[in-house]
Design a protein around this ligand. Sequence first.
Ligand SMILES: Cc1ncc(COP(=O)(O)O)c(C=O)c1O
Length: 375
Amino acid sequence: MPGGAGLIPISVVTCEPEQEALVLQVLRSGKLTQGAMVERFEALCCEMTGARHAIAVNNGTTALVVALEALRLRPGDEVITSAFTFVATLNAILESGATARFADVDSDDFNMSPASLAPLVNERTRVVMPVHLYGQPADLDAITQIADRHDLAMIEDAAQAHGARYRDTPVGSTPGQATFSFYATKNLQSGEGGVVTTDDDALAERLRLLRNHGMRARYQYEIPGHNYRLTEVAAAIAIPQFDRLAKISSERASNADYFSTHLADLPGVVTPVTRPDRTHAWHQYTLRITKGCAVSRDELLLRLNEAGIGAGVYYPRAVYDYDCYRTHPRVLIGEGGAVAERVATEVISLPVHQHLTESDREFIVTAVRKAATPR
Ligand SMILES: Cc1ncc(COP(=O)(O)O)c(C=O)c1O
């Protein structure tokens, strides 16, 4: 197990010989900024998702920002996202100049509840941004139906969901736009990196302009833009991993199955639900520690960390539940997300990555069972 004797980390970043070779090739080429490697990376993202276009950017947050900007939002326009997500989702909305609202989540899959979304839509709503949290796709059919009824754009935050499927269709290929992160600990990674996928030719063209100072040809600026370009080195780190994605996903799924089989009977410990029509990417394997458990979530976390297991809490609060957002004029909390606020106090993620050995899995199960029992 990489990561050191006695410690099972929540994520492991490896360096395979193919990655070293490709990075070295880039370094020796003298061409380090967006070029042929980035194009290869984009082609692989199209293959992964089935989308016609993939626009690589320097991280998953800028992918969200540029996807929002591509929609030409105006001040006052609202984006509805999930109340339970990583803060980047909310920061990207604010960075784009839009106003954020929050749909609550369902407690069994942690994803945006379509029933909670519907009543939030108003005349200022322009975009719905579901998040495929922990790697399980949100209910895209139900959410798309609501978006279509109100003529809203869709941006899927698929930062954690490489290779995940909804009714057998890979996420990132539904109408609208989807964004992925290639941050170092993601299922596919480039250190830092991101991509927007879309089938829409006009959006793709605008995304490419926005990524590179709004420049169509050298010093021909069509719109004010950014430098959101991905480096060739980052693309070279990611490229060799795509061939292994199916294996990475199935090993993560097998670890998740193992945990659920061996932990399901623990009182108060709720194992994660995979909806029958979804393929989970298992970026995180997340339990809920509810009142029936002999110990609190925080006590369980402490005990697991003491046992050398890098369990963690993703995320400790609803995304808006910080003073800097509660007082922000473009963060509209309204009724808030009561379920999101509760699950944030219950969740705990166990290491589920593809580098776990059989004995790591057994060790984790034994440690959770022991930690969840009164001392
Ligand atoms: C749900 C979600 N959205 C967006 C991001 C942002 O990606 P990045 O860290 O590459 O900027 C992340 C990354 O952790 C994420 O988990």
